[in-house]
Design a protein around this ligand. Sequence first.
Ligand code: NAD
Length: 280
Amino acid sequence: MAQIIDGKAVSAAIKEQVRDEIARDNIKAGLAVVIVGNDPASRVYVNNKKKACEFCGIKSFEYALPEETTMEQLLELIDTLNADKNVNGILVQLPLPKQLDEKAVIERISPKKDVDAFHETNVGKIMIGNYSFLPCTPAGCMELIHSTGVSVAGKECVVIGRSNIVGKPMAMLLLHENGTVTVCHSKTKNLAEVCRRADILVAAVGKPNFVTADMVKEGAVVIDVGINRLENGKLCGDVKFDEVSEKASFITPVPGGVGPMTIATLMKNTLTAAKIQNNE
Ligand code: NAD
């Protein structure tokens, strides 16, 4: 039976470190969160980010824009936030309504304030291992892997999913720690066979209960990034927890695994951004 990796506890410790450093060194840090439209899930995420800021002593600035916001209006706000000395980090909650071009919006954020690490400049820096910010969700997964005491070096690591925000950067972070990394996606052949090679398996697919026990090696570390809402309203991950937990050595639950880590890394990135900008 696997040990459950407690993302709430690991994330709480990170937030406490951020809070303590901010208080100890009297650091002024601010995060602007921009939300466009009325997506209920986005609303929940934004509220959680606000609460985390309050806990850490980071000033949060929330901009809730209407669904029909135009590109011009959104870019104008980003320009204002880029120039605002009280704002060290800017986060635009995705997804955006259809009329808005997500890529162009991300590219408008100053790379120095891009605490999500989605800007091309920051993606490139991550690729070469010379970064200020790590992308929040993959960095959170790495912290959870570290919390198990299992070293990534030399391990077979399989990431299912190749999105720009989770799968690809996740693969890169595992590679930076000397894992032997395979990235699987919707066109991968013999997926179960590939996954069974993994000492460390990361699922970022967005399909409930997608990873079953027959896809998992005995003793693997299993990180479940998926957040899927079932018809009964309950949240579930990409991993069939009941059966996979019988086989894995460590496993993250959903909720309470990767989710809270994403926010903790965001707080860490905002502190990093503030320290860099306050020293300029
Ligand atoms: P996405 O839809 O952009 O990417 C999904 C990936 O899964 C794609 O690369 C696709 O190739 C792959 N895929 C789809 N079907 C597959 C199949 N049959 N076999 C193998 N691969 C397949 O999603 P995303 O943004 O990367 O998010 C993935 C999941 O992680 C979602 O459930 C999302 O809600 C969740 N998520 C959680 C957090 C968090 O904080 N915990 C953050 C971001 C995303």
